[in-house]
Design a protein around this ligand. Structure first.
Ligand SMILES: CCCCCC(=O)SCCNC(=O)CCNC(=O)[C@H](O)C(C)(C)COP(=O)(O)OP(=O)(O)OC[C@H]1O[C@@H](n2cnc3c(N)ncnc32)[C@H](O)[C@@H]1OP(=O)(O)O
Length: 437
């Protein structure tokens, strides 16, 4: 199965993969005994030993402290693992379980993408637990957290709620305490699974209390394809460092970007006055600040993840749905998601926090809309706010949309950041646009 999976990668222009090439992959010969999404969550609860009731969470965390003794002192102590050791397939049986379908349904009779984000997050974590599996026990000393959604690329317009879905994935690169996971989602049509999206996540291993880093098993490479995947993981790490260094939060925009911002500024000056203060909107445009939507969530115990914090997939679903609403409100029509990129989980969200989401359109081009969602938390009783995540979504609508114009220098930086994300996404998609709702 693994060799066929790697072969398919080549046919499919990159990872991830199906078990077999289209036409060979049939429903009946592959689903028997395969894990389903509910099974993934059950397995994660078993591996971590989650408290069934919130009132027990302190006691369970005390028990987890004992697992510190199982943590390796260095990476060398740990047995190397192969990519195929963490290879996991999971079925989401929407086609065969109509009641499950209800949870995934949108009013457009399509699959709710926010739910898929939750599923990808759970699967990514399980894959990492499989890679770091300790043979001696059921419970793992590691706390695996999502650090980054590097990219989710969509290659299908619509996800039907009436056909089974299959997720597959494995660890594709490891550092000392971090792992890159590649996943693919496919959907069953006429007995054949077709690719829907490719996703790359970075997960980090922490100690049993999620207080400090923990070493993970090295990866052993067994074929030129695996070496290529690993090399890609190294390149991705390098790109992340380069883009952090060149971030507009640290460095001035490039000369070309500065000129574009200045020209945009000049286009908003009122020609009837000799003033830098009186600003007017150029035709067919909207001030960026007028595209904002906000939401608030009180983080209740019910939404806790296995480490008693807010589940990363839940944050992504909330952010995605606000981002989608922002694009929908701005365009006045239904947006389709093209890509998700560079979601950084900067700090955990504690139960009890107030979680604020702020979303705005930060760049547009023809019928594309780039939306940025910023989330921050405050602990009730304090006024201090801390950023937890920044999310970037690219949407497509049927008709051309107005340009968005920054009014302040801060908005100009958001505009340039949005433009960089948009260009990056389009560059990678040069082979054609794929969309999903
Ligand atoms: C169903 C169960 C789901 C459970 C999953 C979740 O819901 S988790 C919930 C959502 N996620 C979270 O709450 C995580 C919040 N963020 C954090 O706690 C922290 O930012 C973090 C642990 C990810 C990173 O903290 P630090 O930067 O202090 O950690 P540290 O410097 O020790 O780095 C540890 C390793 O992570 C890598 N690393 C850190 N941030 C990274 C990033 N944005 N992108 C890629 N890699 C990153 C480093 O290179 C290093 O790898 P190497 O050591 O290999 O060089």
């Amino acid at each position: 199965m693994w060799r066929a999976a790697m072969r398919f990668r080549a046919l499919n222009k990159g990872w991830p993969i199906l078990g077999r090439s289209p036409g060979q992959e049939t429903f009946n010969n592959r689903t028997k005994g395969t894990l389903n999404m509910e099974g993934v969550r059950h397995k994660l609860r078993e591996i971590v030993g989650i408290s069934k009731r919130w009132s027990d969470h302190v006691k369970v965390m005390e028990e987890r402290k004992l697992l510190h003794a199982l943590l390796p002192k260095s990476q060398k102590e740990l047995p190397p693992r192969r990519m195929k050791d963490s290879y996991t397939e999971v079925i989401l049986p929407l086609g065969t379980q109509p009641m499950l379908r209800e949870k995934y349904l949108t009013v457009y009779n399509c699959v709710r993408f926010g739910r898929i984000l939750e599923d990808l997050d759970s699967l990514g974590v399980l894959i990492c637990y499989t890679h770091t599996k300790i043979d001696s026990g059921k419970m793992s000393p590691f706390s695996i957290v999502t650090a980054l959604v590097d990219k989710i690329d969509l290659c299908k317009k619509v996800i039907s709620p009436e056909n089974d879905i299959k997720f597959i994935g494995h660890v594709s690169w490891v550092g000392k305490t971090s792992m890159e996971v590649k996943m693919q989602m496919c959907q069953l049509y006429d007995t054949v699974y077709h690719p829907v999206l490719n996703a790359t996540f970075v997960m980090v291993a922490r100690d049993p209390e999620n207080k400090g880093p923990a070493f993970i098993n090295p990866l052993v490479l067994e074929s030129p394809e695996e070496e290529e995947l690993f090399k890609q993981g190294e390149l991705n790490k390098g790109k992340r460092i380069a883009s952090t260094t060149a971030s507009l939060l640290k460095m001035a925009p490039t000369a070309e970007e500065r000129l574009a911002v200045h020209n945009m500024f000049l286009s908003t000056l009122d020609p009837r006055t000799i003033s830098f203060q009186s600003r007017v909107l150029p035709p067919d445009s909207v001030w960026m600040e007028d595209t904002k939507l906000k939401s608030l969530h009180i983080c209740q115990p019910e939404e806790r993840n296995i480490f008693n914090r807010i589940f990363g997939g839940f944050l992504m679903r909330k952010a995605f749905e606000l981002g989608w609403a922002t694009a929908c409100h701005f365009a006045g029509s239904r947006p389709f998601l093209v890509a998700v990129d560079d979601i950084m989980f900067q700090r955990p969200v504690e139960i009890g926090s107030l979680l604020f989401f702020a979303s705005q359109v930060c760049f547009t081009e023809k019928n594309h809309i780039q939306v940025r969602v910023h989330s921050e938390v405050s602990v009730p009783g304090t006024k201090e706010h801390k950023t937890t995540n920044v999310f970037h979504f690219t949407f497509l609508v049927e008709k051309e949309v107005p340009a968005v114009i920054p009014k302040t220098y801060g908005d100009s930086m958001l505009y340039l950041d949005g433009q960089r994300h948009f260009m990056g996404t389009m560059h990678e998609k040069a082979g054609g646009t794929a969309i999903i709702q």
